[in-house]
Design a protein around this ligand. Structure first.
Ligand SMILES: NC(=O)c1ccc[n+]([C@@H]2O[C@H](COP(=O)([O-])OP(=O)(O)OC[C@H]3O[C@@H](n4cnc5c(N)ncnc54)[C@H](O)[C@@H]3O)[C@@H](O)[C@H]2O)c1
Ligand SMILES: [Zn+2]
Length: 371
């Protein structure tokens, strides 16, 4: 399968073009060295998730060295707890000790955790090093590695510290997903269904008719999914890089509910994509309750999510949690304005709108499965 690219078009910054390519292919980690050498890189720091060091990151490091790039490997412990100030400080220290200069490039190899952490370290060390994202989870390949959001968590909340720092390029090798646990793969599929719901009805229909290939993770299906999702994320980011026009907010479809489910369960019960699946199921029901879509549309979304092995029974989840707490979290959502409830809701398959001032009673009814 030949590698294909998706361009993320970005407005120039003081005359420099910040646009970059996402390359999607099979067995392309060995090409990373040439890619960076062609971009003028002579020294690199390869920051990798411990879980992918021997399986994937070593291939990247070997290819960098083969291209004449002096490379410092840094390993990061797997898991969300690495997205923390202490870990960023440890890596800043390692960069200082290695006398890393402004021309050094950072290469992030792993899922969203390493991508966000390494991106943040790259953005902040000596006021900014070039960073390349080499995502190895489906979540990272279809979402987090694209668009330049970087950050770390604080005890007070997730992603509270961070900045926009666009990568120089993204390399998504579908082969790296071969080692990914099934549950993590499914989690990524929730964000894939999201793209169909928010802006691509034909893609939604393609997903519906290719469930067997997708769950079997055939290279052709996975390649199509990553390429299409990358194109959607790239287009949205190009049009609203810093989330100022409201367009980028459509990427948060299902996420207001999802964040509430994740937060109320202490982030320990659901993977992010599982929470997004529950959140999209709830958002579609809310859209029904408000007369924006018919029940059949919500049911179609439910059927696809369930066929892909994702959870949809949000009412059962909500019944074990405090509705008041869920509402309070949703009111504090980063996208909420002065405590008003705000949701991204579908109007039909393939189209969503940002809706303000939603009646809390409607949300309570939906959570209680009364709608
Ligand atoms: N920056 C953004 O725009 C953005 C968007 C969405 C999510 N995120 C962030 O991304 C993070 C979630 O990303 P994630 O789901 O990739 O989680 P993750 O990085 O924790 O990876 C999930 C698990 O898979 C393991 N892993 C990674 N690649 C593997 C591989 N190829 N084979 C086997 N195991 C592998 C990891 O060690 C980890 O245990 C969250 O911190 C979230 O806030 C950021
Ligand atoms: Zn998400």
């Amino acid at each position: 399968m030949t590698a294909q690219t998706v361009r993320v078009e970005l407005a120039g910054d003081g005359g420099s073009d910040r646009s970059y390519d996402i390359t999607v292919g099979q067995g392309i980690l060995a090409s990373v060295g040439t890619l960076l050498a062609d971009a003028g890189c002579r020294r690199a720091v390869a920051i990798a998730d411990a879980a992918v060091v021997s399986s994937h990151a070593e291939k990247v490091v070997t290819s960098l060295q083969a291209a004449g790039i002096e490379t410092l490997p840094i390993e990061v412990a797997s898991g969300e707890s690495s997205k923390a100030a202490g870990e960023a400080a440890r890596i800043w220290g390692a960069l200082a000790e290695a006398a890393v200069d402004r021309k050094t490039h950072v290469v992030a190899i792993g899922g969203g955790v390493v991508g966000d952490l390494a991106g943040f370290v790259a953005a902040t060390y000596v006021r900014g090093l070039a960073v390349w994202q080499i995502p190895t989870t489906l979540v990272a390949q279809v979402d987090s590695a694209i668009g330049g959001k970087t950050g770390i968590n604080l005890p007070a909340g997730k992603n509270l510290v961070g900045c926009f720092w666009q990568p120089r390029g993204v390399v998504s090798d579908i082969e790296s997903l071969a080692t990914l646990p099934l549950r993590e793969l499914r989690s990524g599929l929730a964000e894939v269904v999201k793209y169909g719901m928010i802006r691509d009805e034909p893609f939604f229909r393609w997903l519906e008719t290719h469930v067997d290939e997708i769950t079997a993770a055939t290279p052709t299906a996975v390649h199509h999914i990553i390429l299409t999702s990358s194109r959607h994320k790239a287009e949205v980011v190009s049009q609203d890089e810093h989330e100022t026009t409201g367009l980028r907010a459509i990427l948060n479809y299902g996420h207001t509910f999802a964040h509430a489910f994740e937060s109320a369960t202490g982030y320990g019960r659901f993977l992010h994509g599982e929470a997004v699946s529950l959140g999209m199921a709830a958002a579609a029901r809310l859209a029904c309750r408000l007369g924006r879509i018919d029940a059949e549309t919500a049911e179609r979304q439910d059927r696809l999510l369930a066929a892909l092995g994702l959870p949809i029974d949000f009412a059962n989840v909500a019944s074990s949690l405090s509705t008041d707490e869920l509402l309070a979290i949703m009111r504090r959502d980063k996208k909420a304005i002065s405590g008003q409830l705000r949701f991204v809701l579908p109007t039909r398959l393939g189209h969503v709108e940002l809706v303000d001032g939603i009646d809390p009673a409607a949300v309570v009814d939906v959570l209680a499965a009364k709608a």
